[in-house]
Design a protein. Structure first.
Length: 76
């Protein structure tokens, strides 16, 4: 089952399938290591849901909810 990273619950994990978005946003995500095939886990959410912190490739990365909505993940 595929979900957007922005819809994940805390502790949920999966494998990135696709990165959508405009050129600049997509390039920024790729530069940060958000690429298809990488495993990702949602670690924390801010009280209002934005931003979120994910564990990706052995490090913690903070993303805005708009950026996370561009990342399609296969839930494990």
């Amino acid at each position: 089952m595929n979900k957007l990273l922005s819809d994940f619950a805390v502790g949920e994990s999966g494998r990135i399938v696709k990165v959508n978005g405009d050129g600049a946003v997509r390039r920024r995500l790729f530069d940060m290591g958000v690429t298809p095939g990488a495993n990702v886990m949602l670690r924390k959410k801010a009280p209002l849901g934005d931003p979120i912190e994910v564990n990706l490739r052995g490090y913690e990365l903070t993303l805005r909810k708009v950026e996370a909505a561009c990342v399609e993940v296969e839930v494990q």
